[in-house]
Design a protein around this ligand. Structure first.
Ligand code: COA
Ligand code: AMP
Length: 633
């Protein structure tokens, strides 16, 4: 079947299309309705069905006689470790961990926060939650205690699974003290913390609350303890993943069990062109949606092996790291963010390291997470001599909204475009009044409801925010908050966010949250953070601030304090390095800060003078401040 046939067959009968895809999943009880338009805000998929995601990722492959196949490869250049787990071994690890969790009171519907580095136990923990019907919420290890505390408060976990430390090149990340600080700050406390002690740094465990992961799991394994896969409704939550919103309060995207499995299984074959038994590698982190979908669930659902990589594209030890992993583990497809390629290209512009490795099993390179600039794609294509496929998606959807489905026959690549709408997505471009625009015209990218399987049904604890953030602006459509165009051939182009989200090295960050941190400094009267273009990371945050009258602070010293505050409050991942003093911020007459215009000035991009600007002279002050810092010529 071609892409065109697949898209047409979905358009003709979405329920038949997804009903057929659902045959690839084992259900305890099949759906009464493939789609129930009466349930939830815009309908729910696979209503009435019961299932278990862990069963489909692990046990069923063992049952089918494939227990000896490799399921997970842990490759950690930062600890010099390589370790493989077969599906049977994965089943033993996950079953034992789930039995430990159950013994400490974790059951169906309970929340479990996972705050871990890129170690196999992070994936075991996700699967153990799925096995028990508990709802996991993985928090990216690069987030600071305050961000973790916010998520603990919202998810109210019964248990937190963490590690003594993480390893970033050249430094140890002391996870346990960060975790303790977060729990101290949070109003809601977990009953227990299950801590993986790592040799590089062992943590002090708090008696009564903290438990030793390895000790308890090995005891459970020795005693032959395991757990059955608990049946859950297809519409029950599998996980909550917090993502940046326009304020410091992140949005808890809810993912269900049934639709998620159906969609991800479909993508493994049709979008990524993978066969069971092959090796798929998403070089991301389990803390992001890419890690959820394509380090943990997607490959395992499809019977592929997944790679858990604890390293970087460069520096661990060099820009050949990705090619070494592909060679050593016979990776068939690699999925990463364009920023990783820009980092590799900077260190190895001629791609000489690529030639040192045997990439014979490597078929396709996939990119997502941020806009792929044509130069990066072209460089990758030329050096890898393989298809390089950009695809566009969001935490909210869990899989690609547009892409180039190599499993259905690759479409011609248009540089700068992450492909065509995937089956399930009726993507339109609307003007601000909600009218559809002509092909090739820039506008708001929206998706006609209902969202396909795996689309988020709501936000955790925030059903109203779900409506106001996504559903109300363009009735009948999901507002993606991305701006772009669809051209006359149906290719989608994603150009920018329409909200205050910036994308730094493929990481989605809220400028609003950063402004809250700067604004809380006692010497700051007001501030604005914008995302300025960056050749390596795509965007970098740039802070402007006005001090309180009489504060009389040295700018370099204040910048240091603000950078430290940002690392402490949000985390190193915010990559906040620049804070510039200005006399005033440019605003509209109604007092709205003109962040978009400030960003254009920082990027030396053309801009129209905003009609409602209060005082245009302030824009010159912003330019002068940037010139003063050598950030503008
Ligand atoms: N735990 C703790 N700290 C972390 C972390 C983690 N899991 N991940 C990143 N950090 C820290 C880094 O050490 C760095 O700290 P520093 O300021 O003290 O140096 C900071 O957060 C910024 O990290 P990052 O944005 O990753 O930049 P980098 O300079 O360390 O590396 C790249 C640059 C391009 C190599 C890196 O960004 C990369 O591999 N990107 C891939 C992006 C990706 O996987 N995105 C996921 C969506 S697909
Ligand atoms: P996240 O939810 O963290 O995956 O981030 C989603 C956002 O990243 C999207 O709304 C886009 O702004 C951006 N994004 C993701 N993939 C792409 C892509 N292929 N091209 C352009 N932007 C992308």
């Amino acid at each position: 079947m071609s892409y065109a046939d697949a898209y047409a067959s979905w358009q003709a009968d979405p329920e038949a299309f997804w009903g057929k895809a659902a045959e690839q999943i084992d259900w305890f009880k099949p759906a009464e309705k493939v789609f129930d338009p009466e349930m939830g805000v815009y309908g729910r998929w696979f209503a009435g069905a019961t299932c278990n995601t862990c069963w489909n990722c692990v046990d069923r492959h063992v049952e089918a006689g494939n227990g000896e196949r490799t399921a997970l490869i842990y490759d950690s250049p930062v600890t010099d470790t390589v370790q493989a787990f077969s599906f049977s071994e994965l089943q033993a690890e996950v079953g034992a961990l789930a039995s430990v969790m159950r013994a400490y009171g974790v059951g169906k519907g309970d929340r479990v926060v996972i705050y871990m580095p890129m170690v196999p136990q992070a994936v075991f923990a996700m699967l153990a939650c799925a096995r028990l019907g508990a709802i996991h919420s993985v928090v990216f290890g690069g987030f600071a205690p305050h961000e973790l505390a916010t998520r603990i408060n919202d998810a109210a976990p019964k248990m937190i699974i963490s590690a003594s430390c993480g390893i970033e090149p050249g430094r140890i990340v002391h996870y346990k003290p960060l975790l303790d600080a977060a729990i101290a700050e949070a109003a809601t406390k977990p009953d227990h913390c299950l801590i993986l002690q790592r040799d590089m740094e062992r943590a002090d465990l708090i008696p009564g609350r903290d438990l030793d992961y390895a000790e308890l799991v090995s005891q459970a394994k020795a005693a032959g303890e395991t757990t059955e896969c608990v049946p859950v409704a297809a519409t029950d939550p599998l996980y909550i993943l917090y993502t940046s919103g326009t304020t410091g309060q992140p949005k808890g995207v809810v993912r269900d069990n049934g639709g998620h499995m159906v969609a991800l299984k479909w993508t493994m074959e049709h979008h990524y062109g993978m066969n069971p038994g092959e090796v798929f590698w998403a070089a991301s982190d389990v803390g992001w949606v890419v890690g959820h979908s394509y380090i943990c669930y997607g490959p395992l659902l499809h019977g592929c092996a997944t790679v858990v990589y604890e390293g970087k594209p460069v520096g661990t030890p060099d820009a050949g790291a990705f090619w070494r992993v592909i060679q050593d583990h016979q990776v068939a497809a690699l999925f990463t963010a364009p920023t990783a390629f820009r980092a590799i290209k900077k260190e190895d512009p001629r791609g000489l390291l690529i030639e040192q490795y045997n990439l014979s099993k490597f078929r396709t390179q996939f990119l997502a997470g941020e806009r792929s600039d044509p130069a990066t794609i072209q460089w990758a294509e030329e050096k890898l001599k393989r298809p390089v496929i950009d695809h566009w998606w969001q935490t909210e959807t869990g899989w690609a909204m547009s892409g180039n489905p190599v499993g259905l026959g690759q479409l011609p690549v248009k540089y700068g475009s992450p492909g065509k709408p995937m089956p399930g997505y009726d993507i339109r471009v609307l003007d601000d009044e909600g009218h559809e625009v002509e092909p090739g015209t820039l506008g708001n990218i929206v998706c006609k409801l209902p969202l396909p399987p795996s689309g988020f049904p709501t936000l955790w604890n925030a059903p109203e925010r779900f409506l106001t953030s996504y559903m109300n602006e363009f009735p009948g459509f999901y507002a993606t908050s991305d701006a772009g165009i669809i051209d006359e051939d149906g290719y989608v182009f994603i150009m920018a966010r329409t909200d205050d989200i910036i994308n730094v090295a493929g990481h989605r960050l809220s400028t609003g949250a950063m402004e809250e941190v700067i604004g809380a400094h006692p010497d700051i009267a007001e501030c604005a953070v914008v995302g300025a273009a960056d050749a390596m990371k795509g965007q970098m945050p740039l802070g402007f601030y006005v001090t309180n009258d009489g504060a009389n602070r040295d700018a370099a010293e204040l910048e240091k304090e603000l950078v430290a505050l940002m690392r402490e409050q949000i985390g190193a991942v915010a990559a906040f390095k620049t804070a510039i003093p200005v006399k005033r911020l440019p605003k509209t007459r109604s007092g709205k800060v003109l962040r978009g215009t400030m960003q254009k000035i920082a990027d030396s991009a053309a801009f129209k003078m905003p009609a409602a600007i209060d005082d245009p002279a302030i824009l010159d002050e912003i330019s002068d401040a940037l010139k003063g810092r050598g950030l503008l010529s």
